[in-house]
Design a protein around this ligand. Structure first.
Ligand code: ADP
Ligand code: GLC
Length: 490
């Protein structure tokens, strides 16, 4: 099985969130099953040295989109196909935002180029002779890759099948209808059953309409997406394609997230040597300048600071958390109001609340390995990876019962306590009152060391790898070879 992954991010090269982790880890897990996977991403500046040492395999001069090339490179256990187009991607900072913090004005062209090259490689393949490679499946991730399946299906017949994975329906790739010609699309495609979305072009919708199959990153989010509350306007199209739509749970790269060997930790540990873990807690408290006794729980947050993540509610209930004697360390960037709110809280309680505004991969590992509990009060969460890292590192997740959070954490309720199966704390619906009660329950549980350590050991043994989900993707791809070309809606 040959699969072309197409995405805008891939860890450790370029990462703004969980998409990058999945696009890096899933190909490695698929490789274990015998599949051959190439990952196509834009050649941002962080990939310049790989472009310089790589092999140029394809060149395309595409009117509006300009000179587009594909450079092949191998790194970090991945086979990369880098879309090389300096006029589109050679820009500093975040893959999506300019220095003013706003979307690059030509993002439609930047990601149309990604879709264009994906369709070309899926149709014709790359390389010559023995080293030639043509995918059986084009697997597009999120809106940035959404035009890939569309360009493939709208061109001459092609053997490759297509899958689109929704990592977050809130990001829809919307652009004005005047861009249609620039994108080499015709008014025929600008239609309610094509890529038209409330008067705009939606790259995500293109990916959903023209893909043979659609997946999302947890079974619960797949169900939620069919409702207006979570579907964000896409519930109709997803409902219409319900037979082609499934949820497959994300996993964790067990080599990157391994407390037994993680170099970012002050002390390595496993479920059988939990006392070692306390050195990480001390290191974390030192780094944030906190003073917290070992009887008081240390909560942590590692997150984008956005409305999705519900951290405004955590700000609201901080007095309760402090009243329980607990502490909090937070690492994140995002909305100015949330950044300011948490910084002010840290200034008010400097020995109990520590805040780091920024992005720090290594610190995020230490936080999972040193804090007692990771708080994720999301309003919606397609899968969520930080609760999985928390499980693996014995940092018990306290989560809103939505999306993948609902699927991966077992709440310490009476039944779970009696059965000895709990791995964390859930609350629902997502309100600040329910979050506060969950924090209370967590603080109560923390006082019972035997209970808490039992939960830690269980959490750390909970299977969070990719094995079964990689098999599920493989089965999905295999099932596609029998499917006639769909070209779904128009
Ligand atoms: P999302 O993709 O919605 O942001 P996920 O939980 O799926 O949420 O993935 C977030 C990923 O980004 C995790 O790997 C998490 O550790 C990482 N992350 C988020 N914010 C930061 C940060 N400020 N510093 C380091 N890593 C971060
Ligand atoms: C998105 C979602 C997150 C998910 C990640 C990887 O960013 O917000 O819940 O874990 O994609 O699939």
């Amino acid at each position: 099985m040959k699969v072309l992954f197409v995405a805008s991010e891939c860890a450790p090269f370029v990462k703004t969130g969980g998409l990058a982790d999945v696009v890096s880890a899933l190909p490695k897990a698929l490789k274990e099953t015998g599949a051959s996977v190439r990952v196509m991403i834009p050649a941002y500046p962080a990939l310049a040295s790989l472009v310089a040492s790589g092999r140029e395999l394809l060149r395309e001069d595409d009117g509006f989109l300009g000179d587009l090339r594909i450079t092949a490179a191998s790194a970090e256990g991945l086979e990369l196909l880098l879309v090389t187009a300096p006029h589109l991607y050679n820009r500093p900072g975040n893959p999506y935002l300019g220095p003013d913090g706003r979307d690059w004005p030509d993002n439609h062209l930047r990601f149309a180029a990604l879709g264009r090259m994906a369709a070309i490689v899926a149709r014709k393949g790359i390389g010559r002779g023995k080293s030639s490679w043509r995918p059986d499946v084009l697997h597009a991730h999120d809106w940035q890759a959404g035009l890939g399946p569309a360009f493939l299906r709208l061109g001459p017949p092609a053997a490759a099948r297509t899958v689109t994975t929704i990592h977050n329906i809130a990001f829809q790739g919307l652009f004005g209808p005047e861009q249609l010609a620039l994108l080499n699309l015709t008014p025929t495609e600008f239609h309610i059953e094509g890529l038209e979305y409330f008067g705009n072009i939606s790259f995500l919708k293109a990916g959903l309409v023209w893909a043979d199959r659609i997946t999302t990153v947890s079974p619960t989010y797949a169900r939620e997406l069919l409702s207006p509350e979570f579907g964000m306007g896409f519930e109709g199209i997803l409902g219409a394609r319900a037979g082609d739509f499934t949820g497959i749970l994300n996993g964790v790269d067990l080599d990157v997230w391994n407390p037994v060997a993680d170099p970012a930790l002050a002390a390595n540990f496993g479920p059988n040597d939990l006392p070692e873990r306390s050195a990480n807690r001390r290191e974390l408290l030192d780094r944030f300048g906190l003073d917290l006794g070992s009887n008081a729980p240390l909560f942590c947050v590692v997150s984008r600071l956005t409305r999705q993540k519900g951290l405004d509610m955590l700000l609201e209930v901080l007095p309760r958390l402090l009243a329980r004697g607990a502490g909090l360390v937070l690492l994140g960037t995002g909305d100015g109001d949330l950044e300011a709110g948490f910084k002010a809280a840290a200034a008010d309680s400097p020995t109990r609340i520590g805040v780091r505004i920024g992005y720090d991969e290594s610190l995020s590992h230490l936080m999972q390995g040193g804090a007692d509990c990771i708080v994720i009060p999301s309003r919606f969460e397609p899968c969520g990876l930080t609760q999985l890292y928390g499980l693996r590192y014995g940092c018990l997740p306290l989560v809103a019962r939505v999306g993948g959070l609902a699927d991966t954490v077992i709440d310490l309720n009476e039944a779970a306590r009696a059965a000895g199966v709990a791995t964390g704390f859930q609350f629902s619906p997502t309100t600040s009152t329910n979050l506060a009660s969950a924090i209370d329950r967590c603080c109560d549980a923390f006082r019972d060391r035997e209970l808490w350590e039992g939960m830690m050991r269980r959490a750390m043994r909970h299977p969070v790898g990719w094995d079964s989900s990689a098999e599920a993707y493989l089965a999905l791809y295999s099932g596609l070879s029998a499917v006639p070309e769909s070209g779904k809606c128009i």
